[in-house]
Design a protein around this ligand. Structure first.
Ligand code: NAD
Length: 347
C-alpha cells in the first residue's frame, strides 16, 4: 500500500482519458464527491487528448503528477494505431513498475447467465509476450514475410506476482490460488511461472491452497463451472484474455474494474477501452470505473466508503432497475450517476 490511510484529504491524479472516458469520469467524480470520498483530484490529460495538448499520449505533466500522488484513477486511453506509439497503458505500467493487475469479477445483477460469481484474476503486468519485443524478417521483396515476437518471463518477476496473489488471498479471506500457464507447450516461457509457483505455494501451506490449470482448459472451465475458482494468477497475455472472459461472466466490460499495483504507485481503471462506437453519446456504463474507484478507496483504507458505494450501485441496478444500454436498460450515463447520488443522499 502506498497511500496513507487517514480521514484527511488524499491527493490523487485523475486522467479522464479518451472516447467515453470523460463522460464516465465526470459521472464517477460527481458520485465520489456525493459519497464523501477523500480524493483531491489533479486532472491530467493523456492518450489522444495528451497528443493534442502536449504532443505525447503520456505528457510529462501527467507522469509528474503520478510521481507526486502515487495514486491515479484513469479513464481508457487510446493508443493511436501506427505513428510509432507504444501502448500507453503498457508504458504507464512500466514507468511506475505496476507489476500486479487485479481484476475482480463479482455478480452485481442476479438473474444473468451466471449467478454468484466471485473470483479475482491477478495478472502479471510487466513481462511475458505482452511486452511486445517484435519485429519482421523480410524475405525476397516482402518486408513483412515473417513476424517474430519474444516473450520474457523471469523467475523473480514470477515469484513477485505469485507472492502478491497468495498475500492477496490471505488478506481477503480467500482459500485457493489457481496458477494458470501453458507449461506443456511453452515449457521455458510459462514453465518458469509454474516452477516459481511450486516454490512459493509451500510458504502458504495450510493457509491458502494452490492448484494449477493449463490456460485452454481454464478458459473452458470458466464457462462450464466458474464457481470452482477463487483467485486466479497468470502471466500477462493469458491474464489479458481470461480477465475479459471473467468480465463476460458478470455482465460484460461495463461491469469490470481493474487495479494496477506496484511498490510505489497504484493506478485504478476500468478493464474496457475508450469504446469509440458509443463515445459522445452519453450512454456508456460508468459502473466499471465506479467499481475501480471502489478498489481505490479500499487501497487507501476507506473500506467503509468502498462498501457503501458497492451497496448503492447494487441498489440502483437491482431495486431501482436503472441500467445503461449494455445491460439492457435505457438509462444514460448521467441518469445512472444521478440515481446513485439520489440513493447516497438518502432519497
Ligand atoms: P472497448 O473496450 O473500448 O470496446 C469493446 C466493446 O464494449 C464496444 O462495443 C464498446 O461499446 C463496449 N463497451 C466498452 N466499455 C463500455 C461501457 N463502459 N459501457 C458500455 N459499453 C462499453 O475495446 P476496443 O474497441 O477494442 O478498444 C477501443 C480503444 O480502447 C483502443 O484504442 C484500445 O487501445 C483502447 N483500450 C484501452 C484500454 C485502457 O485504457 N485500459 C483497455 C482496452 C482498450
Amino acid at each position: 500500500m502506498t497511500a496513507t490511510a487517514n480521514r484527511g484529504q488524499i491527493p490523487a491524479t485523475l486522467i479522464p482519458g479518451d472516447g467515453i472516458g470523460p463522460e464516465i469520469a465526470g459521472s464517477v467524480t460527481a458520485v465520489l464527491e456525493a459519497l464523501g470520498a477523500p480524493f483531491v483530484w489533479d486532472v491530467q490529460q493523456g492518450g489522444l487528448a495528451g497528443i493534442e495538448t502536449a504532443g505525447d499520449p503520456l505528457p510529462s505533466a501527467l507522469l509528474d503528477s503520478i510521481r507526486r500522488t502515487r495514486l491515479a484513477l484513469k479513464g481508457p486511453l487510446t493508443t493511436p494505431i501506427g505513428g510509432g506509439y507504444r501502448s500507453v497503458n503498457v508504458r504507464l505500467r512500466e514507468e511506475f513498475h505496476l507489476y500486479a493487475n487485479v481484476r475482480p469479477a463479482r455478480t452485481l445483477i442476479p438473474g444473468g447467465r451466471y449467478e454468484d460469481i466471485d473470483l479475482v484474476l491477478i495478472r502479471e503486468n510487466l513481462e511475458g509476450l505482452y511486452v511486445a519485443f517484435e519485429h519482421y524478417i523480410p524475405v525476397g521483396d516482402d518486408p513483412k514475410a515473417v513476424a517474430f515476437s519474444s516473450g520474457v518471463n523471469t523467475k523473480a518477476g514470477a515469484r513477485r506476482i505469485l507472492e502478491f496473489a497468495f498475500d492477496y488471498a490471505l488478506r481477503n479471506g480467500r482459500r485457493k490460488v489457481t496458477v494458470v500457464h501453458k507449461a506443456n507447450v511453452l515449457k521455458a516461457l510459462t514453465g518458469i511461472f509454474l516452477d516459481a509457483a511450486r516454490e512459493v505455494a509451500p510458504l502458504y501451506e495450510g493457509r491458502v491452497a494452490m492448484d494449477d490449470r493449463i490456460v485452454d482448459a481454464c478458459a473452458m472451465q470458466l464457462v462450464l463451472n466458474p464457481w470452482q475458482f477463487d483467485v486466479i494468477v497468470t502471466t500477462n497475455l493469458f491474464g489479458d484474455i481470461l480477465s475479459d472472459e471473467a468480465a463476460g461472466l458478470v455482465g460484460g466490460l461495463g461491469m469490470a474494474p481493474g487495479a494496477n499495483i506496484g511498490a510505489g504507485a497504484a493506478i485504478f481503471e476500468a478493464v474496457h477501452g475508450s469504446a469509440p462506437d458509443i463515445a459522445g453519446k452519453g450512454i456508456a456504463n460508468p459502473t466499471a470505473l465506479l467499481l475501480a474507484a471502489g478498489l481505490m478507496l479500499e487501497h487507501v483504507g476507506r473500506v467503509d466508503l468502498a462498501q457503501h458505494l458497492h451497496a448503492v450501485i447494487g441498489e440502483v441496478l437491482n431495486l431501482d432497475k436503472i441500467r445503461t444500454g449494455d445491460l439492457g436498460g435505457t438509462a444514460t450515463t448521467k441518469d445512472f450517476a444521478q440515481a446513485i447520488m439520489r440513493r447516497l443522499a438518502g432519497g
